[in-house]
Design a protein around this ligand. Structure first.
Ligand code: SF4
Ligand code: SF4
Length: 186
């Protein structure tokens, strides 16, 4: 039988993605709690996310697409309800991020993601004690690069004499206050 796009076989022969920052389905692997916990390193053959994902074999049948936004059927039934819940990585931003990557071009989108990964690394190194990874991943995803950089730069200055626990409390409060003031739910 010839596979069709309505089947969900789990074979992933031919799945040859190379992007480790932005997944086939539009999740930001660089800002993912599963990645920080060492459970997954991105969307590629055999990875944690890809191994049971119905979109993987489907993308192969559609010409081994790197991103589903390249498919004329996107968003297909495999995206029904997909953005309704978050896991250790945000799903609610998936429609926005897919649209953004398509509109600005994937290279420009990935350039922005690299900046975001750098900001997340600053937060994790200088503020986090290991207990706030998922919150910080979400905050970096939801805030713009410019806003996040401004908040971290200011916090660096304001907290330079504090211990790490106080620095963490400070920046979490800053991020929550900024989010509340701007109608963002972290
Ligand atoms: S769990 Fe999904 S979003 Fe996270 S790194 Fe793996 S493929 Fe990417
Ligand atoms: S968008 Fe296209 S390639 Fe992606 S899962 Fe849907 S039908 Fe398959």
């Amino acid at each position: 039988m010839t596979p069709t796009d309505h089947e969900t076989d789990t074979g992933m022969d031919g799945f040859r993605r190379t992007d480790r920052l932005f997944s086939l389905c539009g999740l930001n692997c660089g800002l993912c709690g599963f990645r920080l916990q060492g459970k997954c390193d991105g969307c590629f053959q055999g990875s944690f996310c890809a191994v049971n994902c119905p979109r993987v074999p489907c993308s192969v049948r559609h010409g081994n697409l790197e991103y589903c936004f390249q498919c004329p059927e996107y968003p297909c039934r495999h995206y029904d309800g997909f953005a309704d819940y978050d896991t250790l990585v945000l799903h609610r931003t998936q429609p926005r991020d897919m649209r953004k990557a398509k509109e600005m071009g994937i290279e420009a989108y990935l350039a922005e993601q690299r900046l975001k990964v750098g900001l997340l690394e600053r937060l994790l190194k200088d503020y986090d004690d290991g207990t706030n990874q998922v919150f910080l991943c979400a905050a970096v995803n939801l805030l713009s690069v410019e806003d996040m950089k401004t908040i971290i730069d200011r916090a660096d200055s304001e907290t330079k004499d504090m211990d790490k626990a106080a620095r963490l409390e400070h920046i979490v409060n800053e991020l929550k206050a900024f989010a509340d003031a701007n109608g963002i739910r972290i």
